[in-house]
Design a protein around this ligand. Structure first.
Ligand code: SF4
Length: 405
């Protein structure tokens, strides 16, 4: 198929969808009616990881103080309870503890109905003091960026922490009373063997974690490893081998009671990430912070991807987004299809009609025969009321998803 590529990149994670400083009437009413989600992008890191193309900058306390102050101002203007809150980045835990407390104190007012409140953490900056603070302020889920338990893999990825720190971070979170702990893993590095990946999986399975996101290494433009690859410093892993590692991942986790509910996401029963499921169902969310995205009523806006400019715009009450698009109803429906097909349950036709107002079989009629012929998608068992990815389709999910657009 034209443009086929292996899936399981970091797209699921990279939906940092944002904040519109002055919500329009339409947005506001939709957010009031629907259950809402809030994403906050903390754009600071210790250093730049080789594979990362997110908007981040090296942590400096003085600019972090200004940033947290403007976030607090923005949060003060929000006056409803969120169902899910996700503080990601960047590295939220790199903030000094007084700044984290300032932020959580302001968010507290919005957590009356919160079901899931996640904070992303990196192993080298997750202290017991910060964990205690999280518990005190209704945070009930920690997502730890481990990436691997193999030193050579961590070195290649330019991670700032050690294997020991990753294991200790999980242990600390558990001891601090967190029962919902997620970890991220990356596979498919140049020359990575099945054995090395298997060891990562064996280790992850034994840890007290309830959720696992596993991403195949991709070389995104703007990431340091993209340049190294272009300069011929290494050869990428053969795609057939990467595909086999993906199968290894699915099989190993299934045998150990981690259920796959999206291309790259696995969880113990009832521990699916509610916040991320809302992205894949194309539900509305507000994003705060530079480069974060907001979505509501078919309108998407991405905030300014420059921290000083973002801070300045908020202070001056100017527009904080650098990109905005309003999708037509058919385009919004197609986008819903492209997102929802990533999930294990696929697309239920009556859900789709209710959500978008369109008949799925009608709106995607041009591409369905080819995808079915290529065995990338199939009808739900025993009925033709739903369509979902096949096992092969999971390997090419990004392509299937793009075909729906
Ligand atoms: S991967 Fe995470 S920790 Fe590394 S630079 Fe990107 S945002 Fe920061």
């Amino acid at each position: 198929m034209k443009g086929e590529s292996l899936p399981a990149g970091r797209q699921g994670r990279n939906v940092h969808l944002p904040f519109v400083y002055r919500l329009s009437e339409h947005w506001y009413s939709e957010l009031i009616i629907m259950k809402k989600s809030l994403y906050i992008h903390i754009p600071f890191c210790q250093s730049r990881c080789g594979y990362c193309d997110f908007y981040t900058t090296i942590y400096k306390r003085n600019i972090a103080v200004s940033f947290v102050s403007v976030l607090v101002e923005q949060i003060k203007k929000l006056d409803y309870n969120f169902e899910t809150i996700y503080v990601g980045g960047g590295t939220p835990t790199i903030l000094d503890i007084d700044l984290i407390e300032k932020l959580l104190k302001e968010l507290k007012r919005l957590t009356g109905a919160v079901k899931e409140f996640t904070i992303e953490a990196n192993p080298d900056s997750l202290s017991e003091g910060k964990l205690k603070l999280f518990s005190n302020y209704s945070v009930n889920r920690i997502s730890i960026g481990c990436q691997s338990f193999n030193k050579r893999k961590l070195d290649f990825l330019d991670r700032a922490h050690s294997v020991k720190q990753a294991l200790e971070a999980i242990e600390k979170a558990k001891k601090s009373g967190f029962n919902n702990i997620s970890i991220d893993l990356i596979y498919g590095l140049p020359a990575e063997s099945y054995k090395v990946w298997q060891k990562d999986l064996d280790r992850a399975i034994k840890l007290p974690v309830t959720h696992l996101s596993a991403y195949m290494l991709t070389y995104e433009k703007g990431a340091p490893l993209y340049e190294s690859l272009r300069a011929g410093e290494f050869l990428p892993l053969a795609s057939a081998k990467a595909a086999w590692m993906y199968k290894q991942l699915i099989d190993q986790l299934a045998k150990n009671n981690f259920f796959q509910y999206e291309i790259s996401n696995f969880s113990k029963k009832k521990f699916e990430a509610i916040h991320n499921l809302r992205y894949w169902e194309n539900k509305p969310y507000i994003g705060l912070g530079p480069s974060a995205v907001s979505f509501s009523g078919g309108k998407r806006q991405r905030n300014i991807s420059c921290l000083p400019k973002y801070i300045k715009a908020v202070r001056k009450q100017e527009k904080i987004w650098e990109y905005s698009e309003k999708l037509s109803p058919p385009a919004a429906a197609k986008e819903t299809a492209a997102l929802k097909i990533r999930t294990k349950e696929g697309i239920d036709f009556s859900w789709f009609r209710q959500k978008t107002g369109f008949n799925f079989l009608e709106i995607e009629r041009e591409v369905l025969p080819l995808l079915l012929k290529q065995k990338l998608i199939k009808y739900g068992q025993g009925s033709r009321k739903r369509i979902k990815l096949t096992r092969k389709g999971f390997l090419f999910a990004d392509t299937v998803s793009a075909t729906f657009l």
